[in-house]
Design a protein around this ligand. Structure first.
Ligand SMILES: *Cc1c(COP(=O)(O)O)cnc(C)c1O
Length: 400
């Protein structure tokens, strides 16, 4: 008798299959499993008590997710001797939630900028403020203003920044911020989503923690939501305990998609940065364009700083047409190759109107003070043929 027939037909159906793996797969497999099997009670006890490495339950750790996390940690800490660790989360927002809820106490304050990603501002105001963790908004690109805020608010336990910021592309000086905060015993956290570790590595200039929305350029294909935090390995238990208890883990499949995207990061970023520079230069000399924000233009206020702390100027730009919001609306309706969609960092070129989408819930005066005028259009530049992009943009402008 075939030994597999020794069990009943019903049990045969419900039983797990034999894993037919004799040598490793070339490409990362997807471990779509919620739990892992123990060989003995002794083994289970030693894995649970961390005396031996092993997997238990996918909310705690999963081989697909951990492999990709290891790669992102290695990328962000590429120039460093100290060991860093990464935890992948189910969104960029949950990566931010993880950092804040792992490190802050009620009564602490967060020093940050008013031109943050819209969702981050809302998270601070609508969620964390209810737990008596208050944001203090200042211009993080002004180191004297940062120093004054730290003096005025001794409760500040964390500085949280984004550079370049969304969508003005204003940059903050990471080295100066890291030094000042270290002196004041303030944890520094940088959202490195716009740059990826290919263009900018905050940890190498002394920033403590990097966060990402991997949904954007790290994945690059717009097919999965995800996030990441990278921190010193010595802090592992602090972050991991919150991670597993809040259940912030991503799905193995989404993580696998992220990994597919990561492999082409370099060629995508090289091409998209080059396209962005060309579009910014083109728009800047166009008679129908009132203003262009791109850190690779000498006219941008952060040009010198961006040149010193980024290896390329990035894939994001924003601009305002002559004719403000009405002209902007018509431009957005006129584009053909360029797509109107509320994300960034994909490999095709996307536009968005921040005042009515990403910054909809931000106070209008605060928004305008940060250069996000009513007619501003944000563009995430992709890897298309530059001549095609310029033709589409020109046509859309001339039909206004
Ligand atoms: C998109 C984005 C986020 C939020 O990430 P999700 O993956 O959408 O949760 C945070 N910061 C920046 C800079 C972003 O662009």
């Amino acid at each position: 008798m075939n030994p597999i027939h020794a069990i009943s037909f019903e049990s045969l159906c419900s039983k797990e299959v034999e894993e037919l793996r004799h040598n490793p797969s070339h490409v990362l497999p997807i471990y779509a499993t919620s739990s892992f099997v123990f060989e003995s009670l002794d083994q289970s006890q030693s894995v649970f008590t961390k005396q031996e490495p092993g997997y238990l339950y996918s909310r705690y750790a999963n081989p697909t997710i951990e492999s990709v996390a290891k790669k992102i940690a290695a990328m962000e800490s590429y120039d460093l001797d100290e060991e860093y660790h990464c935890l992948l989360t189910n969104s960029g927002m949950s990566a931010i939630t993880l950092v804040l809820s792992s490190t802050l106490q009620s009564g602490d304050k967060i020093l940050t900028q008013s031109n943050l990603y819209g969702g981050t501002t809302e998270l601070l105001k609508k969620v964390f403020q209810r737990f008596n963790i208050e944001p203090v908004f200042t211009d993080l690109s002004n180191i004297d203003a940062v120093r004054r805020s730290l003096d005025e608010h001794p409760e500040i336990a964390m500085l949280y920044g984004e550079t370049p910021a969304n969508p003005s592309l204003a940059c903050i000086d990471l080295t100066a911020i890291a030094q000042l905060c270290k002196l004041n015993n303030v944890l520094t956290v940088i959202d490195n989503t716009f740059c990826t570790p290919y263009l900018q590595r905050p940890l190498s200039v002394g920033i403590d923690v990097v966060i990402h929305s991997t949904t954007k350029a790290l994945n690059g294909h717009g097919n999965a939501i995800g996030g990441a935090i990278v921190f010193r390995k010595t802090e592992y238990d602090t972050y991991w305990n919150t991670y597993k208890l809040m259940g912030l883990n991503p799905s193995p499949f989404d993580t696998w998609l992220l990994h597919n995207g990561l492999k082409t990061l370099i060629i995508r970023m090289d091409k998209a940065c080059k396209n962005a520079q060309a579009i910014a230069e083109h728009l800047e000399q166009h008679v129908s364009v009132a203003k262009v924000n791109y850190p690779g233009l000498p006219s941008h206020s952060s040009f010198v700083l961006a040149k010193s702390q980024m290896s390329q100027f990035g894939t994001m730009l924003s601009f305002e047409l002559q004719g403000g919001i009405e002209a902007g609306k018509r431009f957005m309706d006129n584009v053909n190759l360029v797509t109107h969609a509320p994300t960034l960092g994909d490999l095709d070129t996307l536009i968005l109107h921040p005042a009515s989408s990403s910054h909809l819930n931000i106070n209008r005066e605060v928004r305008i003070a940060n250069g996000i005028t009513d007619g501003l259009i944000r563009m995430s530049v992709g890897i298309e043929k530059i001549e095609d992009l310029l033709e589409d943009i020109n046509k859309a402008i001339s039909n206004i």
